[in-house]
Design a protein around this ligand. Sequence first.
Ligand SMILES: O=P(O)(O)OC[C@H]1O[C@H](OP(=O)(O)OP(=O)(O)O)[C@H](O)[C@@H]1O
Ligand SMILES: Nc1ncnc2[nH]cnc12
Length: 178
Amino acid sequence: MSDVTYLKSLLGVHPDFPKKGVTFLDIFPILRDPVAFETLITHLLHHIITTNAERPDVIVGLDARGFLLGPIIAMRLGCAFVPVRKGGKLPGNVEVVKYAKEYGHDEFEMQSGAVKEGQKCIVIDDLIATGGSASAAGQLIAKSGGKTLEYVFIVGLPFLKGHEKLDAPSYWIVEAED
Ligand SMILES: O=P(O)(O)OC[C@H]1O[C@H](OP(=O)(O)OP(=O)(O)O)[C@H](O)[C@@H]1O
Ligand SMILES: Nc1ncnc2[nH]cnc12
């Protein structure tokens, strides 16, 4: 079985969660299996190293599930990790962007100066649906003077066309069907 098939087989599928009409795809079963978790991290590292001509300076992880992947990837690549958090959670001066996502609205914040002028960033999250969350993170990076090299996910829902909202290429390991 390929790594992609293995990881896809572990995804949890929950129809009508958190609201009717949304099929929630749950990555936590992958994290409960240490071999699958290691396979996931190795796959993401291999992708990032082989696809991007430029090495990233910063891995930007999105609240909350992006926090489970971002720091591991950042430490293995020798990059900074910067969190993008939901509104009102970060101290000090912050940049703010409001956005819509598959099942609601939210606000993302990043600490001012956390990404420095000219730094090359990779955004990491578990899943892209409508692309609202990833696009908001990209706007925060741009406000800070950074450059997004790529958006990286475990799961993509390409039929929602979220990747078309993004200002840089995107990659997902597993594709969910409509
Ligand atoms: O592409 P979109 O339509 O924006 O949806 C994707 C986002 O939605 C989920 O996060 P959520 O906001 O539910 O937060 P959580 O990680 O705290 O559960 C998911 O982890 C992504 O961040
Ligand atoms: N379908 C989905 N499954 C899991 N997380 C999500 N975030 C937005 N849409 C989602």
